[in-house]
Design a protein around this ligand. Structure first.
Ligand SMILES: NC(=O)c1ccc[n+]([C@@H]2O[C@H](COP(=O)([O-])OP(=O)(O)OC[C@H]3O[C@@H](n4cnc5c(N)ncnc54)[C@H](O)[C@@H]3O)[C@@H](O)[C@H]2O)c1
Length: 250
């Protein structure tokens, strides 16, 4: 019970890594605010994990939604101890091929969403004596990857923002770290397999990205989120923990 009685907001928690993190955090004793733009999916996860968890339909790119999410959390639990900024998505395109509106849409979710949720959660965390924020970067923030220009840029910025926030809020006893996952078998990739001409070949290509020659599982990222969010990581702030089966060491 490493998160006993902690209140944790997890964005993008209806699916994949966010969902696995919500499940693990609830098992570790946290009361989870399952925040996702997919309200039905969020409600299902909150019901399944129990432990007093609630669902809040939230589009993290919209300030009004984020403020509503913070209000719903303080109304239900009176505090915020942990914020997991996980909501995000990718676009497969080079700079030349990326549509301008798609660029803005991706940045507004991945980067602005991380900014907005942190902006409104930090003052509440500070009021209760501190807390922990874990952002979701990617191994692609440090190594090149083809045809993911906007995504890679957003993840690089999230890692930089992690360090900036860590410095700004260390005096309020708020730790800010990031996890940089490798290629993780989540519904994001299930959708890609469903559309692929040769799903088996695509899977092989994705698995071969890592020296471990496999994709990671959402629960393997959730465990890194758990450590960084828990008091066990009491001396860790401003760090980016890579969990990628070795992909970035090739
Ligand atoms: N899967 C991977 O290989 C991988 C690798 C590195 C980083 N990541 C990052 O991990 C995070 C989760 O990815 P995943 O693979 O679990 O994806 P996923 O598609 O399975 O889940 C993403 C969730 O975020 C929600 N979401 C999307 N836009 C939102 C918005 N505007 N507001 C609120 N919720 C929103 C979706 O509804 C969905 O429930 C993302 O930030 C992603 O970039 C994933």
């Amino acid at each position: 019970m490493r998160l006993k009685d902690k209140v944790a907001i997890i964005t993008g928690a209806a699916s994949g890594i966010g969902r696995a993190t919500a499940e693990l955090f609830a098992r570790e004793g946290a009361r989870v605010v399952v925040a996702d733009k997919n309200g039905e999916g969020a409600a299902e996860v909150a019901r399944l994990i129990g432990n007093g968890s609630i669902a809040v339909t939230t589009d993290v790119s919209r300030s009004a939604d984020v403020r509503k999410m913070i209000d719903a959390t303080t109304e239900a639990f009176g505090r915020i101890d942990i914020l997991i900024n996980n909501a995000g998505f990718g676009i497969a395109a080079t700079v030349v091929d990326t549509d301008e509106d798609d660029w803005d849409r991706l940045m507004s979710v991945n980067l602005r969403g991380t900014f907005l949720c942190s902006k409104y959660a930090i003052p509440v965390m500070a009021q209760v004596g501190g807390g922990a924020i874990v952002n979701t970067g990617s191994y692609t923030a440090v190594v090149g990857i083809a045809s993911r220009a906007a995504y890679v840029a957003s993840k690089g910025a999230i890692c930089s923002l992690t360090r900036a926030m860590a410095i700004d809020h260390v005096g309020q006893n708020i730790r800010v770290n990031a996890v940089a996952p490798g290629t993780i078998g989540s519904p994001y990739f299930d959708a890609m397999f469903a559309q692929a001409d040769d799903p088996a070949k695509l899977r092989q290509t994705l698995e071969a990205r890592a020296p471990m020659n496999r994709m990671g599982r959402p629960d393997e990222i959730a465990r890194a989120m758990l450590w960084l969010a828990s008091d066990e990581a009491s001396f860790a702030t401003g760090s980016v923990m890579t969990v990628d089966g070795g992909t970035s060491i090739w």
